[in-house]
Ligand binder design. Structure first.
Ligand code: UD1
Ligand code: CA
Length: 431
């Protein structure tokens, strides 16, 4: 990309339809806020891209989140939520002398991909456009702004659902809320927007008509994949967006050679990489960034909570939860275990019901345990972090391991077994 690109993300709205005390853009899909999905798609365009997030409703919460997770992102405050046009205008002081392209997008469209944003920019540049709006076609366009074209096929304006006549409501081409602007030419539009519409808001969509009236070139880039443009306005939309994001990723994984038996009960975050010939069994939930190598078996009923690496040919079985765990090759964690904050070697066998006690609820600290290659942990054991179990050591079933274990040692700390002969018989005789 020769032109410098900056982005404005609109995230000041209340999200009334969510019926929530939390700002809409912080509602999550796969444990990651809607806003974060949008920001990551933008950031992947280029490392040095500058993003400006317009905050307003619950500004402190959104700002806190951004400060913790996106230090490089700038924010600007929209004190009153007077509409999308007014929101975008709040970025003007940060872009006063900017000469490049500005992408404007909404913080509530988490499915948008970097590929589509790149295509929009390419289309804009190649066609010498001044303002390009990304459009798409929905069978049910209800709720979206409709794209009005003249007989030559040129976009002349956008009409919001609430301002639309019955015939305009029939139009299936909609505004996705994503635009590419030749900033120095379009920025003047923001001071000329008016709020004479049914909602009494300053609509960002009115920059289209403004640009036409000012003899600038306005184009539409029609995105063939309308699923990307799905906007989240309600909890029902949130569930739908979650499903769409999940199904899209499951498709990508299957195309790459991962077996997934039941797409309706398998949930895998798009941030998780799974290599070919791995098999994911039903009722598996995988969130966050994880890496699963080839020929692994995951599930049924497994839960990976992020920052996990599973080596080639390893098995994570039913009712196993993993968090921040590195598991090397050919290791089995087959049943009923919790593995949190652990480094586990290859050819390790972790018996059913093994728990890694990684959290101290008094100090609030989490500690890591290290399990070397070839270790065998008997069923129902507790590994109290931080401990290190060296190579080929063996933990007897039902042990509570609170100290490091030498290589090749057996460690066992359950009470010795005791058999009392005729105990039952004697009891019964006394009744
Ligand atoms: C908007 C578009 C519509 C488009 C749709 C795509 C306008 C007028 N309408 O409608 O044409 O089809 O997106 O999803 O632009 N926001 C602010 N400040 C405000 C108002 C909104 O920051 O004062 C933010 C919201 O937080 C949200 C985004 O702008 O992230 C869009 O606002 P929303 O109210 O959801 O607009 P839509 O009705 O979906
Ligand atoms: Ca919306």
């Amino acid at each position: 990309m020769e032109k410098e690109v900056k982005a404005i993300i609109l995230a000041a709205g209340k999200g009334t339809r969510m019926k929530s005390t939390q700002p809409k853009v912080l509602h999550k899909i796969f444990d990651k806020p809607l806003l974060s999905w949008v920001l990551d798609s933008i950031s992947a365009l280029s490392k040095k891209i500058e993003s400006i997030v317009v905050i307003g409703h619950s500004a402190h919460e959104v700002e806190d989140y951004l400060n913790k997770n996106y230090k490089y992102v700038k924010t600007t405050l929209q004190k009153e939520q007077l509409g999308t046009g007014h929101a975008a205008a709040q970025a003007l002081p940060l872009l006063s002398d900017f000469k490049g392209l500005v992408i404007i997008t909404c913080g509530d469209t988490p499915l948008v991909t970097t590929k589509s944003l790149r295509s929009l920019i390419k289309y804009h540049i190649e066609n010498y456009s001044d303002l390009t709006v990304m459009t798409t076609v929905f069978d049910n366009p209800c709720g979206y702004g409709r794209i009005i074209r003249n007989t030559k096929g040129e976009i002349i304006k956008i009409v919001e659902e609430k301002d639309a006549s019955e015939s305009i409501k029939e139009i299936e081409e909609v505004n996705t809320g994503i635009y590419c602007l030749e900033w120095s030419k379009i920025k003047k539009a923001f001071s000329e927007l008016r709020n004479n519409n049914s909602q009494g808001e300053y609509y960002l969509t009115d920059i289209i008509k403004w640009a036409r009236d000012n003899s600038l070139k306005v184009l539409g880039y029609k995105n063939p994949d309308n699923r990307e443009m799905y906007g989240v306005n309600s909890r029902i939309d949130l569930a739908q967006a979650f499903d769409m994001m999940n199904q899209r990723h499951l498709d990508e994984l299957m195309v790459k050679g991962v077996t997934i038996y039941d797409r309706h009960s398998t949930y895998i975050s798009p941030e998780t990489t799974i290599c070919e010939d791995s098999v994911i069994f039903p009722n598996t939930y995988i969130e966050g960034k994880n890496y699963i190598a080839t020929c692994c078996k995951i599930g049924p009923m497994a839960h990976l909570r992020g920052n996990c690496e599973i080596g080639e040919g390893s098995k994570i079985g039913n009712f196993v939860e993993l968090k921040n765990a590195k598991v090397a090759k050919k290791t089995n964690v087959c049943h009923l275990s919790y593995i949190g904050d652990a480094k586990i070697g290859s050819n390790v066998n972790i018996g059913a019901g093994t728990i890694f006690a990684n959290y101290n609820s008094i100090t609030k600290e989490k500690k890591t345990s290290v399990i070397a290659d070839g270790v065998s942990i008997g069923s129902n054991s507790v590994i109290v972090a931080p401990v290190e179990l060296k190579e080929d050591s063996f933990v007897g079933a039902l042990s509570c391991v609170t100290k490091d274990v030498e290589a090749d040692s057996l460690v066992i700390n359950r009470a010795p077994i005791k058999e009392i002969k005729n105990w039952v018989k004697n009891k019964k005789e006394k009744i």
